[in-house]
Design a protein around this ligand. Structure first.
Ligand code: GAL
Length: 423
């Protein structure tokens, strides 16, 4: 199933070999870390600074390759072109199955010795090692664990409308109705395919429950994908359209978070990188904003983890790469970085002391879900299926949300077809 995505990479190999011919003789700056990522919002940049600063203290310089665009699609296009030209970054931010695509194409290095001496095998849950290792070798490090089944609520607006925590999807609709009646934009949504798909991930988890989510969006079970439950999920998604403001189309996720921060909207459904924006704006959970699991999904965690994929960079750049990996995985950086980023540590041995109430809940929820079999890869965020399937999914959800696909019946038919074609 990885093969569709692999094709582009393999096509680039001949080119890469040619350019390496002369690049190989030039001595790259040993102390430089070239890092490709899509962390360009205020909260994201503040979190990344923790890692940059920790490396600067050790004498490493940072060559930033930022590619704006939440969800990382634009970044992945840039990366593909760089790799095809034989221009490997030291490391790139990557999600889930993308790591496996680059590993299968032989583009990633081997950090197994470091992993062994640092005890990562024991500290990192198997669910994430599935994506940070390939063929028994460590090829990437999980910087964090995010999850997409959260809602972020402005507390002052919530108090004003007399709202309480919505526990079910119907509660959620009732709460959105209250905001609407009070003249506040109920649902802040950024109308980009990946943001709409995050919303739909959550709606499916809420509508069908954990087992259904796993079967449909991790196992790609066709009967589940074409089931009445999936149709009902599309019906539920359609209901949410009524609560979005007229300017939602194309809006960036962080500008959407800002609507909630300012009290222009009641709630955003988004991964916990949104909390990084609240944190960056000096807002406090419980006082200025509220974090709840998406109604009807408490007990499950639909995750994504930012991996730093480590490229096969050659001996002269290896020392800097090892420093990046080691620093990123240290308990201190895992705590300091994730407190700011809104995510939780990928290691299970990092204390939750410095985290706020949302972070503490995130850490506890992750443990419970991992122990209890309710930890699922987010399909919207590259952890449910290989990239071609993810893209097919984003496309169908986007067309449905924007009216090019008109009914839930048609959406289900298109979803099954698109996923089968992509496999
Ligand atoms: C996600 C990523 C997060 C955050 C978000 C918005 O894909 O995992 O770390 O950066 O995009 O940019």
């Amino acid at each position: 199933m990885l093969h569709k995505s692999l094709m582009g990479l393999v096509l680039g190999t001949a080119l890469a070999a040619t350019s390496l011919g002369f690049a190989g003789t030039a001595q790259a700056q040993t102390k430089e870390i070239q890092m490709l990522h899509w962390w360009t919002s205020g909260g994201e940049a503040a979190a990344l600074k923790v890692i940059k600063d920790a490396l600067a203290k050790q004498g490493y310089t940072w060559k930033d390759v930022p590619v704006a665009g939440g969800g990382g699609n634009a970044a992945m296009t840039t990366l593909k072109a760089m790799v095809a030209a034989g221009n490997y970054p030291t490391s790139s931010q990557m999600l889930g199955y993308n790591v496996l695509v680059y590993a299968e194409a032989g583009k990633l290095g081997d950090l197994t010795d470091l992993a062994k001496s640092e005890g990562w095998d024991k500290a990192v849950p198997a669910a994430f090692q599935k994506f940070s290792t390939y063929d028994g070798k460590w090829v990437a490090v999980p910087v964090n664990v995010h999850s997409v089944n959260w809602v972020w609520i402005n507390k002052a607006v919530m108090d004003k409308i007399g709202g309480t925590e919505p526990k079910t999807f119907d509660d959620f609709l009732a709460l959105l109705d209250k905001a609407k009646a009070a003249g506040v934009t109920p649902l802040a949504l950024g109308g980009q395919d990946w943001q709409e798909a995050i919303l739909f991930d959550d709606v499916v988890l809420s509508t069908g429950g954990p087992e259904f989510y796993k079967k449909a969006f991790n196992d790609l079970d066709e009967a589940s994908l074409k089931s009445d439950t999936m149709k009902k999920s599309f019906d539920n998604l359609a209901k949410l359209k009524a609560y979005v403001d007229p300017n939602f189309s194309g809006r960036d996720w962080n500008l959407t978070t800002a609507m909630v921060i300012k009290g222009d909207a009641l709630v955003q459904v988004m991964g916990d990188w949104a909390k990084g924006e609240f944190h960056n704006a000096q807002k406090k959970p419980g006082e200025d904003f509220l974090c709840y699991r998406f109604p009807g999904t408490d007990g499950s965690v639909a995750y994504n983890s930012d991996m730093f994929a480590m490229f096969d960079v050659g001996a002269d750049r290896k020392d800097a790469q090892v420093a990046l990996a080691k620093t990123t995985m240290s308990k201190e950086v895992q705590s300091a970085f994730n407190v700011i980023k809104g995510s939780v540590p990928s290691r299970t041995d990092v204390p939750d002391t410095d985290f706020d109430i949302c972070g503490k809940k995130g850490i506890a929820d992750l443990k419970k879900a991992n122990d209890g079999g309710t930890l699922f890869g987010s399909l919207a965020q590259g952890y449910g299926a290989p990239p071609a399937v993810t893209n097919a999914y984003l496309d169908v959800v986007d067309k449905f949300f924007n009216g090019q696909i008109k009914t839930s019946d048609e959406a289900v038919t298109q979803l099954v077809k698109a996923i089968n074609d992509a496999k």
